[in-house]
Design a protein around this ligand. Sequence first.
Ligand SMILES: [Fe+2]
Length: 246
Amino acid sequence: MICATGDTHRNFSRFSPDRFPEMRAMTKADTMIICGDCGALWYGGRRDEIQLELLEDLPFTIAFVDGNHENFTALSKYPVGEWNGGKVQFLHPHVIHLMRGQVFTLEGRTFFTMGGASSHDVEDGILDPANPDYYERVLRLLREERRQYRIVGQSWWPEELPSDEEYAEARRTLDAHSWEVDYIITHSPPSGIAERLGRPRDTLTDFLEEIRRKVIYRQWLFGHCHEDRAIDERHLLLWEWIVRVI
Ligand SMILES: [Fe+2]
C-alpha cells in the first residue's frame, strides 16, 4: 500500500488508529509519502532523535520530500544512500528523505520527486544572526508584536529552493525516463496551479510548470498551500488528508 499526506509540520497526530484506522493493517512494506514540510528534523540533536524514534515505531515506512520548513543544516549531515532507484537520506531505517530530482520505483510504479518551496510567512523579514543589527531588529519586531519573520539557520534556510545542480539533475533523471512517470510528488505547486490558488510564482514553480507541460504522468500530489483540495482529476493538493495512491 502507498498512501500520501500533506504538510505535517512535526505534528504526526494524524498517524493514530482513531484518525487513520487503515494503519492497523499496514506494515513497514507499506509507504506513507509526506509531500513536504515534514518537520521531523527541526531542532537538531536529541529532540529530533526522539522524534525519529517515534516515527520509526509507526507501522509503515515514512518517505518525505522536503518542503521549505525543514532544518536543512541538520538534514545535510545525513549521508546520501539509494532506495528503490533514487537518492535518499535515511534518517532512520524507515524514515526516508526522498531527494530532489529523483525517480523511485515503488510497487511497480514510478515516482518523480522534487522538494523545496519559497517561504511566504516572512513578511517581516528574514533576519541573519551574522548581521550586526540582528538583535536590534529582533527586539524591535518583538516589541511591535510582529511575528512573521524567520531567522537564517534557525527557522529559514536558503536551501529551501533547489540549486542549479539540483535542477540539472532533475532534467537528467527525466531524460533517463523519457519524461514519463506515473506520479509526481512535490511540495510546491507548478506556476499554473499556484496562480489559480492566488499564490506567487518563483523559479521553482516555473521549473515545475515546465515539468507539467513536458512530462507524461498520471497524477501529481503536492502540499505547501495548507488546504486539502482536488484541483482537477490529476492534481491533488494535500494538507491533512491521507489518501491511498496505490
Ligand atoms: Fe507548510
